[in-house]
Design a protein around this ligand. Structure first.
Ligand code: ATP
Ligand code: MG
Length: 431
């Protein structure tokens, strides 16, 4: 036998019925974002590696060690996208979208060569939102409020909001100097990663996930103490907005985010129920990035959420409900030469008459008994049963599959009118 091929480590097939959970989640987000006036943008999965080097930053985990980069046959240095913001900014500049405020969103697969574990994969999926041209704390607030609403709609409980302000770049320069001298004083206690980060990008020491580093990090100077008047006012207005909207939050002065391009507001939604991979949504303001990538200076703020982690948090009952959409309303059984010849044509007529009808047609013949078995397994609410006898009489059998009820004949000529009401009255059992 030929060697069996498998999916790449850390990359997963999404099969039914789980695919129905995904479709349901994507639909929820689609409807919510559309209702808030956000418009979808789709960008390629492959970009020039330079895009990510210039936006995410050379000294980040992603660019240093997680990207899937390769030279294509023409010698171009390309990378599978590890996140969506860079592509979104590139596209917005390239297509001249930035001469007016924009509320955009994207969804899709992202690729990072991390160590696979629960909540951490090499191909994972994000839905992200990016806004451009809006500078005030009101848009920061809107983004947080819409994620808050989404969690409520998805039935998520026990997610908490952490926020911080990273100030502006000149404020960070002063902070960075003081942080550096603090870290230098404690250099012996720094782990290897942090020693390296201390030299290249000291703020990212605060982002360390090593438990042994936490008390040292807790003693470091606090960025919030370095904010100037404008940054302070921006942050205070965001906090006041959250208070008014009664959205609970914690200020976490150590929240710096892994990517280099953030300024002022940063936020994360975190859960305690997913172990170490607790961040389900993260974002912030990145006013400098558009200019850094060659566009006119344009304020921007956005976030991304990880769908794998979100799906783990959605209540089982909610997901079970989503699976119900996989069960057809009707399973069409046909036995006999004439009936089999007629079945698919009849099904087409029904589909035209009842556009929302979920109708699964049996294909491949077989006895009534074997077709009924498949009808049952499909999860259909009822079976439509067509034999040559019924066909000759101008009828079709209707047999509820989830309730104890007799098969009854229905007139073929008026099937399109009788079926919807009949289905409504037929109990959809829990399967
Ligand atoms: P983490 O700190 O967990 O590594 P991150 O800061 O690298 O996350 P972002 O780049 O901000 O994450 O991505 C936003 C969201 O995407 C995360 O909050 C998480 O839900 C999800 N995410 C990031 N990396 C992965 C991954 N490898 N597998 C699954 N989900 C991920
Ligand atoms: Mg990461």
């Amino acid at each position: 036998m030929a060697e069996q091929l498998r999916a790449v480590r850390g990359m997963h097939d999404i099969l039914p019925p789980t695919s129905a959970h995904w479709a349901w989640l994507e639909r929820q987000v689609y409807d919510l974002l559309t209702a808030y006036g956000y418009r979808e943008l789709r960008t390629p999965l492959l970009e020039s590696s330079a895009l990510f080097q210039r936006s995410i930053g050379e000294v980040t985990d992603i660019v240093e060690k997680e990207m899937y980069s390769f030279a294509d046959r023409g010698g171009d240095d390309l990378s599978l996208r590890p996140e969506g913001t860079a592509s979104c900014v590139r596209a917005a500049i390239e297509h001249g979208l930035l001469n007016q405020p924009q509320r955009l969103w994207y969804q899709g697969a992202m690729f990072r060569r991390e160590r696979p574990q629960r909540g951490r994969y090499r191909q994972f999926h994000q839905i992200g939102v990016e806004t451009f041209g809006l500078t005030g704390p009101d848009i920061d607030l809107e983004l947080i409020l819409l994620t808050h609403r989404l969690w409520q709609q998805l039935g998520l409980s026990a997610v908490r909001l952490e926020i911080n302000s990273l100030g502006d770049s000149h404020e960070r320069v002063r902070y960075r100097a003081d942080l550096l001298s603090y870290l230098e004083q404690h250099q012996d206690a720094l782990d290897e990663d942090s020693q390296r980060r201390m030299v290249t990008n000291p703020l990212r020491v605060l982002d360390s996930k090593n438990p042994a580093m936490q008390s040292l990090i807790a003693g470091a100077p606090t960025l919030l103490d370095y904010l100037g008047e404008e940054s302070k006012a921006h942050f205070a207005a965001l906090c006041a907005g959250l208070d008014r909207a009664e959205v609970a939050y914690q200020i976490n002065p150590r929240l710096v985010r892994g990517l280099d391009y953030y300024n002022r507001t940063v936020f994360e939604w975190i859960t305690a129920s997913l172990g170490a991979q607790g961040t389900i949504c993260a974002g912030g303001r990145y006013d400098g990035l558009v200019e850094q990538l060659g566009g006119r200076p344009t304020p921007a703020v956005g976030f991304a959420m990880g769908l794998e982690r979100l799906l783990e948090l959605i209540p089982k009952a909610q997901l079970h409900h989503a699976e119900q959409t996989l069960h057809p309303d009707l399973y069409l059984i046909a036995v006999g030469a004439k009936a089999e010849a007629e079945a698919l044509v009849l099904a087409e007529r029904l589909r035209s008459q009842c556009p929302t009808l979920q109708l699964l047609c049996h294909c491949g013949g077989g006895s009534f008994k074997s077709q009924f078995k498949k009808a049952d397994r499909s999860g259909a609410t009822a079976a439509l049963v067509l034999g040559d006898q019924e066909l000759a009489a101008g009828t079709i059998g209707y047999k509820p599959l989830r309730a104890d009820a007799q098969q009854q004949p229905l007139a073929l000529a008026s099937l399109g009118e009788t079926l919807p009401a009949l289905l409504k009255s037929t109990q959809k059992d829990e399967i």
